[in-house]
Design a protein around this ligand. Structure first.
Ligand code: HAM
Length: 421
């Protein structure tokens, strides 16, 4: 039997890799303009972190974690998300002590044992940002605008920003009680999953995709009718900031998100172009999380975006991967005598910062020229018997087809000039 990648994991290569690089570059650029700094945490964490941080009753912790005992007998989990690890690290290194307002971004693989399908994998990649230390609505807006800017810059068109507020902790508590009462009254009409969630995680019933639950959810009491003044004012201020920025959104009163640490603002970027996997990214305010992990009272807000989903959407919208534009130079050695000088020049040009390709299979000139075309280089440099004798090279522009003979020593200057032009 041939060996294959594990179900739900993927190899990324070729033109798709180029799309990843573009998206990652945009993310780095935008986070820089918003003054966020990169933070890296380990891929493995103690299982306890996610049980306490994400919540025992969530799907992620209940059904989806890759958890194992290591050789020392400790329970380890491959991270299913990044927010709990970031908060763990903030507390562990007392970072807020020195920087009471900390803005961070991260990117990397996450692991969830879900049923694989298009846009849903067991190893997937997120990039995200967390703004830690402010309880004010301008930090919610900053995070949403940052995520929105990233998606816009990639060129994506078919997405919607959905927004909701879960209210303060006490509002949520009162609402939870009212919702449990309502759902219990209507229990018989609910799906098995939702019935199970009534007491454990009633808010999650609201975003059930089960048809059976639809009518009961539609008539459920709305969280918004329970808002106190603080909750209403905070949500209004976030919306006002998005309005002045001209960023469109829709209010989805049923948006509750699947992790336990949220309060107040929650949001998701959704699409209808990826089948059932409709969330490109999501996040919200998570003031309770620091306390859940023993870090005291620290307000924070953040988001994560799924890179696979962004790349898939781009492919769908653009009808395929974009070709790379032509760049660099192909050095063609004609005859074995030219190999050493060509390799020497190649090294010199690479050290000068040029993108250089050479043949390593000792192929014919015709085969090398074919390869140069395939590699979409701007220039080809040919060195054969004549050129060796005169220390020259034939320089051919692959864009115009024009050829000129130049001194080997001048190659660097000529190519560097056109490189920067
Ligand atoms: P999340 O909604 O669980 O939030 O995940 C964020 C994004 O990760 C999703 O919208 C989706 O694009 C992507 N994603 C999730 N699961 C998969 C999967 N199995 N395959 C492919 N992509 C997937 C969080 O993880 C929170 N930590 C976000 C956050 C940051 N909240 C505050 N700060």
């Amino acid at each position: 039997m041939s060996l294959q990648a594990i179900r739900g994991t993927r190899d990324i290569f070729g033109p798709e890799m180029l799309a990843w690089h573009r998206v990652e570059e945009i993310f780095r650029d935008v986070t820089r303009t918003f003054s966020y700094e990169e933070f890296r945490t380990p891929i493995i964490e103690s299982t306890e972190l996610f049980k306490r941080g994400v919540g025992e009753e969530t799907d992620i912790v209940g059904k989806e974690m890759y958890t194992f005992d290591d050789r020392g007998g400790d329970s380890i989990t491959l991270r299913p998300e990044m927010t709990a690890p970031i908060v763990r690290a903030m507390i562990e290194h007392s970072i807020l002590h020195h920087h009471p307002l900390t803005r961070l971004w991260y990117a990397g693989p996450q692991f969830r044992y879900e049923r694989p399908q298009k846009g849903r994998y067991r190893q997937f990649h997120q990039f995200g940002a967390e703004c830690i230390g402010s309880a004010h609505p301008e930090s919610d807006a900053e995070i949403i605008l940052l995520a929105h800017e990233v998606l816009c810059r990639t060129g994506l068109k078919s997405f919607t920003l959905e927004l909701n507020s879960l209210g303060t902790a006490s509002v949520r508590q009162t609402y939870r009680q009212a919702l449990i009462e309502y759902l219990t009254r209507n229990k018989d009409g609910l799906s098995d999953d939702s019935q199970r969630r009534i007491t454990k995680n009633p808010l999650r019933v609201l975003d059930s995709k089960d048809r059976k639950d639809k009518d009961i959810i539609a008539a459920a009491p709305l969280l918004s009718s329970f808002y106190d003044d603080t909750s209403a004012a905070h949500f209004a201020a976030v919306r006002a900031l998005l309005d002045v920025a001209g960023v469109p959104y829709v209010i989805n009163p049923l948006l509750v998100r699947g992790l336990d640490y949220y309060n107040q603002t929650v949001f998701e970027f959704t699409t209808t172009a990826l089948g059932t996997q409709n969330a490109i990214g999501g996040g919200g305010r998570y003031d309770p999380l620091f306390a859940m992990l023993g870090g005291g009272d620290v307000p924070a807000v953040g988001f994560s975006i799924g890179i696979e989903r962004v790349v898939l959407l781009l492919e769908a919208e653009q009808g395929g991967w974009q070709e790379e534009s032509s760049r660099g130079v192909y050095l063609c050695a004609i005859g074995d005598e030219a190999i050493l000088p060509v390799q020497t020049i190649a090294y010199r040009l690479r050290r000068a910062g040029l993108h250089v390709v050479t043949d390593l299979q000792r192929r014919s000139m015709k085969a090398q020229m074919k390869e140069a075309n395939k590699q979409r280089v701007k220039w080809t440099v040919m060195i054969g018997e004549n050129e060796l004798a005169n220390s020259t090279a034939v320089l051919k522009s692959m864009e115009t087809g024009e050829q000129q003979t130049v001194a080997q020593l001048d190659l660097e200057t000529i190519l560097m000039d056109t490189h920067t032009a």
